[in-house]
Ligand binder design. Structure first.
Ligand code: FUB
Length: 459
């Protein structure tokens, strides 16, 4: 690097890289992740997402995925614990999900195309852990029979009453029974009005009239400080995010304005979810910003924000930086390779025995974890669980940037199969202390897949 013809000292260049490293948007680089729905449970923030297929020309989505973090910068890929084939009555369009916990069970609400009605429906799966496994809770749709029936959002009020809202372009709700998988009575439709949502309902809108806004889809329903919030995609396509507030869980609603205005994100949809975690508030949404991304190749992103003193939500703009760290990662214990703050080139796969692991590793790819806190440990060894059906390669362990100081170099041999795992160790060449971003830079023959990586640790 040169400024005014003078070379900046390599150490300073490295320090600058270290300052700018960390997490970035989009949160996940190994596949496209859509329609993020956050849930905090037991000190961990989980996000449930859809999954746009590579090269898709529509929302031909097959599965839902789960990611988690405890520091907002390193995200663990839990794979896909729920897919279309888990619903015998569904055949297409694994769209925007939400998962909530009640009495130790996790209820995963999803829209999908119904074989029964030939339109969209909402199903509910249940599991004993936030990452599943999940199974269809009732063997049939919870609601079925309309193309409007997408994008479920669920909130359990302080009195124990749970509400399920959903819909595009109408807004519907039911009061769920305490079993979370049934409801009594009819599906209710919210009467949209200019006061409530910026425009009257889609059937009575005047074509030529310019309204303040209009509800489109993707509701996110929650309560804070005694007020109810309905955050949603608005304005038709392309979508921005707006919200309404109410003193009661079923309205009347008051339109409160835009949260995330129309921006150049490369995606004509947007879809939001909001959660408080470790004393801060976070706004999740999606963009088309991952390389190769677009309207049918979307990726979740996150922005920290603070509510205004009166409980209203400020304008939130998409950024590349995303959320700052609210914790560190312990590199001295086993860390799953699929826990990462950023990566280049790699994918993840999973199987029943190993769970999720990093795959598609080629020469020049890397995985980075942010804020690894070595304290004063000065580890002597670095080890990783790896598998290769071909000739393997090398894991270069570098500090603070992709070409930062090399602290270990692990030679990965062919192990006899892509799922023939071996744990291999190598010495650490430097005394490493303090907090660092760690880059695992993969090297080997140019062209072929090198190896898979399941977990790593410093000893
Ligand atoms: O991801 C498919 C659909 O696109 C969702 O259900 C909508 O909210 C929009 O994001």
């Amino acid at each position: 690097m040169r400024i005014h013809g003078k070379a900046i000292l390599p150490a300073l260049a490295m320090a600058m890289c270290a300052m700018t490293a960390g997490a970035k948007n989009p949160i996940v680089q190994t596949c496209y992740t859509t329609d993020p729905a956050p849930m905090v449970h037991d000190g961990t923030l989980y996000v449930y997402t859809g999954h746009d297929e590579d090269g898709a020309d529509f929302f031909w989505m097959q599965e839902w995925r789960v990611y988690s973090t405890t520091d907002m910068v390193n995200w663990t890929d839990h794979g896909s614990p729920l897919a279309i084939e888990d619903f015998a009555w569904g055949d297409d369009r694994a769209w925007a999900p939400q998962c909530v916990e009640r009495n130790g069970k996790f209820y995963f609400y999803v829209p999908l195309h119904s074989k029964l009605s030939g339109t969209m429906a909402i199903g509910v799966a249940v599991g004993d852990s936030p990452t599943g496994p999940f199974k269809d809770a009732i063997g049939k749709p919870l609601v079925d029979g309309s193309w409007d029936y997408i994008d479920p959002t669920v909130f359990i009020d302080d009195d124990g009453q749970a509400y399920l809202y959903w819909g595009n372009p109408e807004i519907y709700y039911v009061k769920l029974n305490s079993d979370m998988v049934s409801f009594d009575g009819e599906v209710c439709k919210i009467e949209q009005s200019e006061e409530g949502f910026g425009a009257p309902g889609p059937k009575v809108r005047e074509k030529e009239k310019k309204y303040r806004d209009n509800y489109t889809e993707g509701p996110w329903f929650y309560k804070r400080g005694g007020k109810y919030y309905l955050v949603y995609a608005a304005g038709g396509v392309p979508e921005h995010i707006a919200y309404s507030m109410s003193d009661s869980p079923t309205g009347p609603w008051k339109y409160m304005g835009e949260i995330m205005p129309l921006c150049d994100t490369g995606s004509f949809t947007n879809h939001s979810g909001i959660a408080d975690y470790k004393g801060k508030s976070y706004f999740f949404y999606h963009t088309g910003k991952l390389p190769g991304g677009g309207g049918f190749a979307r990726s979740m992103a996150v922005e920290p924000f603070e509510y205004n003193a009166d409980g209203t939500i400020p304008t939130i703009m998409p950024t590349e930086e995303g959320a700052p760290a609210v914790g560190t990662l312990n590199p001295m214990k086993r860390v799953e390779a699929e826990t990462m703050a950023w990566s280049k080139g790699v994918k993840t796969e999973s199987n029943a025995k190993m769970g999720v692991y990093v795959s598609d590793i080629h020469n020049g790819d890397f995985v980075m974890v942010a804020k690894a806190d070595f304290g004063n440990k000065k580890p002597k060894k670095f080890g990783a669980s790896v598998a290769s059906a071909l000739r393997g390669g090398t894991i270069e362990v570098r500090m603070d940037s992709e070409d930062g100081e090399l602290i270990a170099s692990l030679q990965v041999p062919g192990t006899g199969g892509w799922e023939e795992w071996r744990y291999i160790k190598t010495p650490v060449s430097t005394d490493v202390t303090g907090v660092h971003d760690i880059y695992f830079v993969f090297k080997g023959r140019k062209g072929p897949k090198l190896f898979n990586m399941d977990y790593w640790k410093f000893e």
